[in-house]
Design a protein around this ligand. Sequence first.
Ligand code: FAD
Length: 524
Amino acid sequence: MSPSVSRSGHLLKQEVTSLIQVERLIEYIMETAATINSTACVINTANTFMTLMTTLLAVRSPNISPLDSNNAEYDFIIVGGGSAGCVLARRLSEIHSWNVLLLEAGGEEPDFADIPGLALFNSENSLDWSYRTVPDERSCNGIGCFWPRGKVLGGSSVLNAIVYVRGNPEDYDQWEEFGNSGWSFKDVLPYFIKSENNHDPSIVDPNYHGFNGPLNVEQFRHLDENAVTIVEALKELGYNEGDFNGAHQEGLVLRSQHTAYNGRRWSTNRGYLQPVRYVRSNLKVITYATVTRILINPQSRVAYGVEYILNEDSNTVFTVMATKEVILSAGSLNTPQVLMLSGVGPREHLEELGIPVIADLRVGYNLHDHTYSSGVVYLLNETSKLHCSQEENDYLEYMTTATGHLASTGVTQTVAFDKPQNPDDAIEYMFIGCENFTFATEPYWRCAVRTTTATVFHPVGTCKMGPSSDTEAVVDPQLNTLLPRGDTLQGLPDEEYPTHRGSDHEGENSSQNHDLPTLSQADP
Ligand SMILES: Cc1cc2nc3c(=O)[nH]c(=O)nc-3n(C[C@H](O)[C@H](O)[C@H](O)COP(=O)(O)OP(=O)(O)OC[C@H]3O[C@@H](n4cnc5c(N)ncnc54)[C@H](O)[C@@H]3O)c2cc1C
């Protein structure tokens, strides 16, 4: 079942939208049910899911825009409708005289992806690019890690764990120290505030939060019993309960807030794009449209359009022109790919692939990610996950009141920030594969880090931001790609982090998840 597309690229019938939704629903249910069956409850899961999903689908069934004619012209073309792309589409189209096109490789955001308790199941299916890291002996237990990235309107904000963490002020101040003027914490704070609509004013510092923005933020409606225990235990150890998105982070613990509203995920698609998508005639969104190349004039180095293909017909290449800017917001893994396909990247690599070089830049380097150790597992007295025997009740409760187990992500709703003074104070634990090393020596930690680390899905920095004097930089502090003589190709924003502070740089904990920095950077 796929939508019929005429040769000129127009959808023959708007009604195909509902077919696409049903198709994606069935795809999702089959994938999800298979995963659940193999890991947890077998009985009734698929049936219960079917009931749940179809009910939710009936409540809200989003539509898609008709496709565009070839060689159409826009003021701005945005490549990638993820966390950043949805924000950009909304903000740019506020200027009524500007025509804005958003091209997204994935499809509509399904309503069933809103359920916090099922967040894990939004990965490794058709909503995900389903990348894996290349196995090597220095990470991910030697077998590679799965590396989800959203392929759907809303991008990774549809897959993520929706924890609302902006990051440590020192990170931003360090960006400015690196020569990126305008990126200190005091400079970016107004944009965090502008984007936010915080629904728990009693637990946050009002000087650091917004209450009128498009991004809803709230604590989960369901309090996991283990989350309570952890908060209490950390308080006994001297942590204070406080707002870690306020003035300070260290030593604070909180049942975190989430980008959610009334018990449901609040992606950037929901918050920014949907409210304006069918209201503004100067904004067009095309889904299932994968951009394969940015058109850049090799003499002037100015980007003037893009080529894209539709999922249903990868043989037909569509061209669309930009009179002002092409903005790349395809995420930290795909943005470098699109740039390189367009001739912007490391010369030796492009020549190897026979791609004519327009600018020799360090695209794809400087990748940073957050890691965790998969080596230590704690056994809890009470389980946080759904009980098979309760699942029908859980689904029913969630569907009727958006509360209960499915209204939270379990124990991960607790976040604490620490600055370990002495890593040798760690619990003595001998990682499998590191038994030949003496505990807490440098060779031991090297072994532990290399064999047991996995990603927590925060890759950044692949189009590094920096001043023109920085030979590693790909975009300048205004996020224009550093193409000699050209200035109209913008990169945003997961991919442009200069670095994020991590134990490998500063001997301190990495400090943030990336959805908030990403969307607030897109929001100015
Ligand atoms: C599993 C997971 C859990 C996470 N948990 C959290 C969390 O709890 N809190 C937090 O703050 N952050 C979290 N993050 C990180 C956060 O979600 C990302 O940093 C953020 O969403 C990245 O935004 P982006 O706009 O750069 O990219 P994305 O949101 O990934 O958007 C990129 C978009 O571009 C599209 N695209 C790619 N290539 C093309 C192409 N060639 N043509 C057209 N479109 C294209 C993609 O389909 C996608 O929609 C998590 C991420 C993951 C994956």
